[in-house]
Write a protein that binds this ligand. Structure first.
Ligand SMILES: [Zn+2]
Length: 496
């Protein structure tokens, strides 16, 4: 099949790509997100749910759907799905039903996938994204399928993923631009990580996104013909694919042609979408309630216990940081990841000044973590160690730039701030007599500059401070250095 080529995608980050098409069309987007739940075992058997392992080493008769194998629902998978439902204000069904969704595919040996259909666990919630409400149609529990591995020797099937529990989160078509879709997916990922239900790793496939998109005339409330985009495995991919598809549909409609309802596979490398299969024939999944699985009952006591176990959510945490005195931007950076927010609070708790803790955790610490591919939770310098360093800067023991040098050594080689300051000889010189003597010597060695300063060239003050800083290899206490230079220059007559 030939790829569907469209116009080259236009540039623009979140917030910039409000309307990627033209004013003539309104973009309508909905997302379907699959989040792999952080359970130890699979949804219906005792096989390990972790990613990896030798092909087909993590499956059993239940995974394969062999005759006589009886699935048993993993209570933890239900509980994790409930956490998402409660955190997004969903209505939780006291009784929901596991269904069989029939389709034939090599990586699905049973010939059906266990999912939920008419009676899902959670319905009608919402997510707040950049102050806008995005409605969630439903959140249900289902199992993953296996994976076809294409290689030189042909296609093989790895069934390790069969039966891995997924929460499927479906939004209403409330998004109006690729940038909004990107922001929504980011907010959803953040929430899932906060809730401890998913590791949020899109590269490893534990968070996957499909999106549907249609266009309509502004002001119209009817929905246009939509297409579905599959295989969106990065935030940028989601935005690029949607932009591509919006422009492709607009070009079709402008040419007086019809958009065909179909499923498209996004090729991130080629930056184009190719048809996967006609949506019309795929719609008939012949859902039936799974006869082997009893209805899922969620009693009020269980629901109350899950609700009580929910952590502080990202929006609430960011609001609390703003109340401490952070800008909304800094609060957003520091709450992007719960472990980073924990680190920030621990650094503050260990006595670091607020401004320094804010800029160092969102700046130096995050930069070192990113450069080394470390999660904030695995960062080698403990919060108390960073707080100790920042308190020393505050006390005038070393300069901010020297502190960055010390911190880099602490990150790579361990050890505490005091030891590195000594070893690298980075402590500030704040011995007033010694510095005053150096100032006197510098002033005496530069009589013409002194004369020009005294004749009114006041900018030479900075030049003298610079000489002193260079003389002390940057270690002169800057505040003290300024005062001593000023005193010497303004002394009137030569003091020597
Ligand atoms: Zn199994």
């Amino acid at each position: 099949m030939l790829p569907l080529r469209g116009p080259a995608p236009r540039r623009g980050g979140p917030g910039a790509g409000g309307d990627v098409v033209t004013g003539a069309w309104e973009t309508v987007i909905g997302l379907e997100v699959h989040a792999q739940l952080l359970t130890a075992t699979k949804a219906f058997c005792g096989c390990a749910a972790a990613v990896g392992g030798a092909p087909n080493s993590r499956c059993c008769p239940v995974c394969l759907g062999l005759p006589g194998a009886l699935p048993v629902l993993n209570r933890q998978a239900v509980e994790l799905t409930l956490r998402v439902g409660l955190a997004t204000g969903c209505r939780i069904a006291p009784v929901s039903v596991m269904a069989r969704k029939h389709y034939f595919y090599p990586d699905l040996p049973k010939g059906y996938q266990i999912s939920q259909y008419a009676r899902p666990l959670c319905e009608e919630g919402a997510l707040t994204v950049d102050g806008r409400r995005v409605r969630l149609k439903r959140i249900h529990l289902e199992e993953d399928a296996g994976k076809s591995v294409h290689g030189a020797g042909g296609t093989r099937v790895d069934l390790n993923r069969c039966g891995v529990p997924l929460a499927e989160i479906v939004t209403e078509p409330d998004l109006r631009s690729p940038a909004e879709a990107h922001a929504t997916l980011r907010a959803l990922r953040q929430l899932l990580v906060y809730l401890g239900v998913c590791d949020g790793n899109m590269e490893e496939g534990s968070l996957r996104c499909d999106a549907n998109l249609s266009l309509r005339r502004p002001g119209s409330t009817a929905l246009g013909v939509k297409t579905e985009l599959k295989n969106l495995n990065s935030f940028r991919g989601v935005e690029a694919a949607l932009r591509f598809e919006a422009e492709r549909q607009a070009a079709l409609l402008e040419a007086g042609e019809r958009v065909r309802p179909e499923t498209l596979l996004w090729d991130a490398a080629a930056r184009e979408a190719r048809p996967m299969r006609g949506k019309e024939d795929a719609e008939d999944y012949r859902y039936v309630p799974d006869p082997d699985l009893p209805p899922v009952r969620v009693d009020p006591a269980w629901l109350d216990a899950v609700r009580a176990s929910l952590p502080e959510l990202p929006a609430a945490r960011a609001a609390r940081f703003v109340a401490l005195g952070l800008t909304p931007y800094d609060a957003g950076v520091l709450t992007a990841d719960p472990a980073l927010a924990d680190t920030f609070e621990a650094v503050l708790g260990a006595g670091a000044p607020l401004a320094a803790a804010t800029s160092w955790v969102s700046g130096e610490l995050l930069r070192h973590a990113n450069e080394r591919g470390l999660a904030p939770a695995d960062f080698p310098v403990p919060p108390a160690g960073l707080a100790d360093l920042l308190k020393r800067v505050e006390a005038g023991e070393l300069s901010n730039s020297a502190a960055k040098t010390v911190f880099a050594r602490m990150v790579d080689e361990g050890g505490d701030a005091a030891a590195w300051i000594r070893r690298l000889d980075l402590g500030l010189v704040s011995d007033e007599d010694a510095l005053a003597a150096r100032v006197a010597a510098i002033v005496a060695a530069n009589p013409s500059e002194l004369a020009r300063y005294r004749a009114g060239e006041s900018k030479l003050f900075g030049w003298f401070v610079g000489q002193l800083m260079a003389d002390s290899k940057g270690k002169a206490d800057p505040r003290l250095a300024s005062r001593l230079v000023r005193e010497r220059l303004d002394a009137g007559a030569d003091g020597d």
